[in-house]
Design a protein around this ligand. Structure first.
Ligand code: 13P
Ligand code: ZN
Length: 271
């Protein structure tokens, strides 16, 4: 069993769910090499545990609302396919400083080989802070590289949020049901940057639980790791359908505005 689950047994279900979803992502081809990362705010199950004090880092942007929070985070450079089969040092536990200005690694899977957190930590922390500020129930942030969704952001005609959502909604009724207000779209900026963190939070705060990172991937929130994965799966199916139709030389003859309005009415969806 992972050292982390020995130190804090209540982490085991979270580690298991991370591994389950890491396997899905690898099988889908969305987790090449070290692609993707995941974080879970585990403060309620960790607070009070005696933990070692490891590496300390300052953050480029302070996150005061996360002061004292504990996050389980996948390690930078680590592979989801390894996390899936429980390879040690795939995940670490961090504690955000009380003033939110930095963090300390307080545990890992494998004693001396503790992983350092993902280099997309700025976006993860920015989204966790936004969730805490809004009193939201979501505690998981998941970043992955879903192939067809990325491909869509590489095509002219899908360069703005409204166009992407029109395309995704129209090819598959499940998109409207699963993500009624559609996806957010953050323009390409440097991976791992504070600029990407800001663009991501701005899209989340426009009420989009999944944000596409143009020419890179996407990031989603959920109450659990599976709950964060599921909408990405539905959205990527829709992107596959768009690309299949276009590959067949046609524009999809998709759902009409009346069809979508009917879904909103029958399933009582938020608009
Ligand atoms: P990490 O290995 O640091 O998590 O980075 C992977 C990634 O997908 C960056 O966007
Ligand atoms: Zn990435």
């Amino acid at each position: 069993m992972s050292d982390l689950a020995v130190a804090v047994p209540a982490l085991k279900p979270w580690l298991d769910e991370m591994a389950e979803v890491a396997a899905y992502l690898w099988e889908k081809g969305w987790a090449e090499r070290n692609a993707g990362n995941v974080s879970v705010d585990v403060t309620p199950v960790v607070a009070g545990a005696a933990l070692p004090a490891g590496l300390h880092e300052r953050l480029a942007a302070s996150r005061p609302e996360l002061g004292g929070h504990y996050l389980l985070v996948s390690g930078t450079g680590r592979r989801f396919r390894d996390l899936a089969r429980g390879v040690p040092a795939s995940v670490c536990l961090i504690r955000i400083d009380d003033d939110g200005a930095g963090y300390q690694v307080v545990g890992g899977d494998d004693g001396a080989q503790v992983a350092r957190p993902t280099f997309e930590l700025p976006a993860h922390l920015a989204v966790h802070q936004s969730l805490v500020r809004r009193g939201a129930s979501e505690r998981v942030v998941l970043h992955t590289h879903p192939t067809e969704l990325i491909a869509l952001t590489l095509l002219s005609g899908y360069q703005d949020e409204a166009a992407v959502n029109r395309a995704l909604f129209s090819v598959h009724p499940e998109v409207k049901v699963t993500v009624p207000r559609g996806v957010g779209l953050a323009p390409y900026v440097l991976p791992g940057s504070e600029a990407l963190a800001r663009a991501t939070v701005a899209a989340f705060e426009r009420d989009h639980p999944v944000v596409l990172w143009a020419k890179h991937g996407c990031l989603a929130v959920g109450t659990g790791v599976v709950a964060a994965f599921d909408p990405i799966d539905t959205l990527n199916k829709a992107a596959q359908l768009v690309l299949l139709c276009r590959g067949a030389g046609q524009q999809p003859d998709g759902l009409s505005a009346a069809d979508l309005a009917e879904l909103v009415r029958v399933f009582k969806l938020r608009e």
